[in-house]
Design a protein. Structure first.
Length: 164
């Protein structure tokens, strides 16, 4: 894939299975916890100087948990139901100038239409088939950090060591 510097304007990430492990921890009252990675905030803050970063989720019951983590990192979270994900993205972003990171079945159509698609190692197999880049790490285990480093190096031609 031959990339032009500054071609991509947006980096949109799904939360569950990408920023998290995709696991939901329940007790008798419902969903209580999600597991997030440790270094993703630092990598995202380095990357946000070069590209607009947005987060989406289709997990309404765990929305408050995800919103808290995303806001703690300095970003905003938007709830979009899985079946509306593609149409919402198409309406709000120029897909060809967008990098999307997802892991699930409803990401398939986006992976076929965005400028670049990235998925964690433990994504659904059909998603992996259409990803431009598959991280070596699983969702919630520094896959977002790895994706940020990949984007900085391959898209923006920036040596990560020069930023830290």
């Amino acid at each position: 894939m031959k990339l032009k510097k500054n071609y991509f304007k947006n980096f949109v990430l799904d939360v569950d299975g990408v920023l998290t492990t995709g696991q939901f921890l329940y007790n008798q009252y419902g969903k209580k916890y999600k597991i997030f990675s440790v270094d993703d905030k630092d990598a995202l803050l380095l990357l946000k100087k070069y590209i607009k970063i947005s987060f989406i989720t289709s997990d309404i019951k765990g929305f408050k948990i995800s919103k808290k983590r995303v806001e703690d990192m300095g970003f905003k979270l938007k709830y979009i139901s899985s079946d509306k994900r593609y149409s919402w993205m198409k309406k709000n972003f120029d897909l060809k100038n967008t990098i999307f990171m997802g892991d699930g079945l409803y990401d398939f159509k986006l992976f076929k239409n965005v400028g670049m698609s990235i998925c964690p190692k433990n994504s659904v197999s059909i998603i992996k088939k259409y990803a431009n880049y598959e991280t070596k790490n699983k969702g919630g285990e520094r896959s977002v950090t790895e994706a940020c480093i990949f984007i900085l190096k391959k898209v923006f031609k920036i040596n990560i060591e020069s930023l830290i």
